[in-house]
Design a protein around this ligand. Structure first.
Ligand code: NDP
Length: 250
């Protein structure tokens, strides 16, 4: 697979899954714009070939401006990894409209604007890959995290629809649906999960591990390997799909 010199954007590329994907792409010679809200974090992790850029995905105008600036600097975006997201939980009947909007604005609106803006330059080229990081929670209900689950279901429906809109064109659109991955989101949420379930933090982590039939948290590199595989030109018929990486948790 020759991806050398192509330009990718990875939102939330400074940590966790996004950083692992950025590293995998850079290793293939891709120039990767990594985005997030914290420039210092992006600069600290950036390797040669990674280009930090501040972009808050809840701010439509910032996405429009940042993606245009990235295109001006490095050419058309041919790989778009819409990964930025937040995972916070509330039982749905105790979810305020403010909390609901916060989750949707980041996980669903942010994904939509990122993909829409990336397509502006991608569609001038003869190759494109759009990969959204949804979740196992995008494939089923999620106790205590209904807004999150709804946002991730939305991502899947949107990505399937992008695929339909571009059928016959050389661009593919797929969602990756991870189970529990060992990243800062899981570390941050261990406390919240333990409170919801009324167990200790260690027990909360054990519960997440036990849902995975391999009895482990998934590694970010496992998600990155699948994202890289989707970038392979030979994978052009994998389109409008969801790939669950849940260690058997579905
Ligand atoms: P991280 O917390 O490490 O990554 C989340 C990233 O999103 C951060 O880099 C963060 O950067 C960025 N981000 C959050 N809000 C915004 C915003 N408003 N604007 C721009 N960037 C933002 O956790 P993960 O790597 O695990 O999460 C990546 C994705 O994977 C998320 O969409 C998550 O829902 C999904 N996922 C994770 C699972 C897991 O178990 N870890 C399971 C299933 C799905 P910054 O704070 O600097 O802005």
């Amino acid at each position: 697979m020759d991806l050398k010199g192509k330009h990718a954007i990875v939102t939330g590329g400074g940590t966790g899954i996004g950083l692992a994907v950025a590293k995998a792409l850079v290793a293939e010679g891709v120039e990767v714009t990594i985005t997030g809200r914290r420039l210092e974090v992006l600069k600290e992790v950036a390797e040669p070939g990674m280009h930090p850029m501040v972009m808050d995905v809840t701010d439509e105008q910032q996405i429009i401006d940042a993606t245009q600036a990235a295109v001006d600097a490095r050419g058309p975006i041919q790989i778009c990894v819409a990964n930025a997201g937040i995972a916070e939980g509330r039982k749905l009947h105790k979810t305020s409209s403010e909390f609901w909007r916060k989750i949707m604005a980041t996980n669903l609106d942010g994904c939509f604007y990122t993909v829409r803006e990336s397509l502006k330059s991608m569609t001038d080229t003869d190759y494109g890959r759009v990969i959204a990081i949804s979740s196992i929670a995008g494939l089923r209900g999620s106790a205590g995290a209904g807004a999150y689950a709804a946002s991730k279901h939305g991502v899947i429906g949107m990505i399937r629809s992008f695929a339909e809109d571009f059928l016959g064109k050389p661009y593919t659109f797929n969602s990756i649906c991870p189970g529990y991955v060992d990243t800062p989101i899981v570390t941050r949420n261990t406390d919240a999960i333990s409170q919801r379930a009324g167990v200790s933090e260690a027990e909360a982590r054990d519960m997440m591990v036990s849902l995975n039939r391999h009895k482990k948290l998934i590694l970010p590199e496992e998600i990155a390997a699948t994202a890289l595989w989707l970038c392979n030109p030979a994978c052009e018929s994998v389109n409008g799909s969801e790939i669950a990486i849940g260690g058997g948790q579905i």
